[in-house]
Design a protein around this ligand. Structure first.
Ligand SMILES: Nc1ncnc2c1ncn2[C@@H]1O[C@H](COP(=O)(O)OP(=O)(O)OP(=O)(O)O)[C@@H](O)[C@H]1O
Length: 314
């Protein structure tokens, strides 16, 4: 999540006011406004949880206790967010309001396993876990004291334990095209077979790689697209752009990932010029972690994953 206020949060006050005052609106308009307000409040509590703002989280929960079970597009709850960062006060507040310490996100991570910030908690040395080692440990203890289950129920956060790839069922990641909102979209990049657009999915900004209609029937393009989806569906790592889903059953074919506000490294270098040594080292470390993840993928799932995966970087 970025350190900027999410765009949907900026809508909150407007959505809140209009949904309560527009008595004369048609029921469908009122329904849409209600839905918008709900999405905004979900964003807001996730945002405050991310920002370690326990007071703001408490205020929201006092107004609407059901927000304790709010979910983002990855079905992550405020408690997932708070525990990932090690925010003890926010976590205690959420638990006080009845948060489920064993809630599973879309990737089947419980709150306690996500404290390790990866679905390969013990195999990958997650950067966040590195940076927040002490805090993570306190968080795990806290969640365990409230009945939080360790990864895989019988494993530990610290024991190497291979896990199967997440989201192997197509129904978990096939996206219904009508859920994608292109009303305020803009083109943010171009690839060999399509364009990349910023759009919105379930109230959140996403990047959509859309295969050009002229290439939609090209057998090799389709094969390449499916190959990319099959690979991305198996990846989850803090240093890899997060795959969210794909449209593979209708045309245009689309691949949806999290939207990166900072763009790619090439764009960054073009805008900012030479990097300071410390920034360069941090970027290099992130890439090294990504390569380490790739090697582990190779050990887990075979050669073709390593070659395709690394080709994106080299
Ligand atoms: N998730 C994202 N968030 C923000 N910008 C993105 C994202 N994905 C891609 N872009 C933008 O779109 C540009 C092209 O993206 P990318 O290189 O991934 O396309 P591609 O289709 O994979 O290209 P190719 O198939 O030719 O390798 C990037 O340089 C970046 O500026």
């Amino acid at each position: 999540m970025s350190s900027e206020t999410p765009s949907s949060v900026a809508d909150t006050s407007t959505a809140g006011i209009s949904s309560s005052s527009s008595l004369s609106s048609s029921s469908s308009t009122a329904g849409k406004q209600k839905e918008k307000a709900r999405v905004s409040r979900t964003s807001l509590i996730l945002w405050h949880a991310h920002q370690n703002d326990a007071a703001a989280v408490r205020k929201l929960l006092e107004e609407d206790p059901s927000l304790v079970s709010a979910r983002d597009y990855d079905k992550r709850t405020p408690l997932h967010v708070a525990s990932l960062h090690g925010w003890i006060d926010v976590t205690k507040c959420l638990i006080e309001f009845g948060a489920d310490v064993n809630a599973q996100d879309r990737w089947k991570n419980t709150v306690s396993s996500s404290s390790s910030s990866s679905s390969f908690p013990a195999l990958l040395d997650a950067p966040l876990a590195d940076a927040e080692g002490a805090k993570k440990h306190s968080m795990i203890e806290l969640l365990k004291s409230y009945g939080g289950l360790s990864y895989g129920q019988n494993g530990s956060h610290f024991e190497p334990k291979p896990v199967p790839p997440p989201l192997t069922n197509k129904c978990d990641w096939e996206i219904e095209p009508s859920e994608l909102d292109f009303s305020n979209s803009n083109i943010i990049g171009k690839g060999s077979f399509g364009e990349i657009l910023k759009a919105s999915w379930r109230g959140t900004p996403v990047a959509v790689k859309r295969i050009l209609p002229s290439l939609s029937d090209d057998r090799l393009v389709i094969q390449d697209f499916r190959h990319e989806v099959n690979l991305l569906v198996k990846l989850r790592h803090p240093n890899i752009v997060q795959f969210l889903g794909a449209v593979t059953e209708r045309k245009p074919l689309m691949l949806i990932t999290e939207y990166l506000r900072g763009g790619d490294l090439h764009q960054y270098l073009k805008e900012k010029g030479a990097l300071s040594p410390s920034t360069a080292i941090n970027f290099a470390l992130d890439m090294a972690r990504y390569i380490k993840a790739s090697i582990l993928l190779y050990l887990l799932w075979g050669k073709e994953h390593l070659s395709t995966h690394l080709s994106g970087l080299l």
